[in-house]
Design a protein around this ligand. Sequence first.
Ligand SMILES: NC(=O)C1=CN([C@@H]2O[C@H](COP(=O)(O)OP(=O)(O)OC[C@H]3O[C@@H](n4cnc5c(N)ncnc54)[C@H](O)[C@@H]3O)[C@@H](O)[C@H]2O)[C@@H](O)CC1
Ligand SMILES: Nc1ncnc2c1ncn2[C@@H]1O[C@H](COP(=O)(O)OP(=O)(O)O)[C@@H](O)[C@H]1O
Ligand SMILES: [Mg+2]
Length: 275
Amino acid sequence: MQTLSEQILRNTIRIRPENSHKGTYGRVCLVGGNAQYGGAIMMATEAAVYSGAGLNTTLTDPANFVSLHSRLPEAMVADFHDEHQLESLVAAATTVVVGPGLGTDADSLAVLETVFKTVSPNQILVIDGSAITLVADKSLSLPNARLVFTPHEMEWQRLSGITITDQTDAHNTQVREQLNGIVVLKSHHTRIYTADDVYLNPTGTPAQATGGMGDTLAGMVGGFTAQFADLENAVLAAVYAHSAIADELAATQYVVLPTQIMHELPRFMHDHQAQ
Ligand SMILES: NC(=O)C1=CN([C@@H]2O[C@H](COP(=O)(O)OP(=O)(O)OC[C@H]3O[C@@H](n4cnc5c(N)ncnc54)[C@H](O)[C@@H]3O)[C@@H](O)[C@H]2O)[C@@H](O)CC1
Ligand SMILES: Nc1ncnc2c1ncn2[C@@H]1O[C@H](COP(=O)(O)OP(=O)(O)O)[C@@H](O)[C@H]1O
Ligand SMILES: [Mg+2]
């Protein structure tokens, strides 16, 4: 087991080359947000945009279009019920983030199944929130893609079958091997399980214990993995940065809002970029 340090930021966040454009920094496709949970996909989208991903498209319930656009004109939006559009936008993405606020009803399942059948082996697929619950409840087969799972302990219990009290590194590693992806097991001491190692994130604060905090991390993982070449480092750096920013804010705040974290990101990434 290794404990992450600030070094992961300098190893990952690159000074931008002058000769670059939005196409250089990846396309993120975010899929989620039913009529009840529009906030979740908005926070994930905003986090991807503020992470610096070059192009961001959100596939969501049309009930969320106006609120999303009025907050975030940088993102493109489309209806996730339109299967043809969902397929073509997912196919064009560097990273797909599926699950924040997706819900678990029949429509949600249909959207998730379309995403799973569309992604290809060289695409990155971040599976979060409701998508994890659906995979577990419906015993869905996972697609052949570069998978990143971001469960909290209850979602991990559903997906892995390991009860929260039994979620030891040995047990978690066994299930990670079957899933064949990176697992970010979120808690007050988040651990990241990769093919070769287990990493402990030393940053984080109970001031983060508020709804939307994980949706924000999912969007950051989307933004970082779409831009930075090394998948594992990009995931580790996103996890570290998310909670390091919260720690900074918690020095003077009782609670840290997810939207405050994402708004600090451009400054934080500027301060930790390296050649
Ligand atoms: N503003 C919004 O639209 C929000 C939408 N959300 C979405 O709501 C859907 C359901 O997700 P939820 O996570 O709320 O519901 P879940 O039912 O998946 O999990 C929440 C339950 O897990 C328990 N739990 C145990 N250990 C935990 C841990 N370490 N971290 C978090 N919870 C732990 C909690 O006490 C709670 O009872 C997801 O799609 C999610 O993205 C939530 O993110 C909240 C905010
Ligand atoms: N007490 C805590 N200490 C540190 N980090 C926390 C704490 N409580 C929550 N977090 C972090 O907040 C996030 C919560 O994720 P999640 O439960 O998926 O939120 P949501 O689905 O509501 O967006 C995770 O990154 C988790 O590590
Ligand atoms: Mg969550």
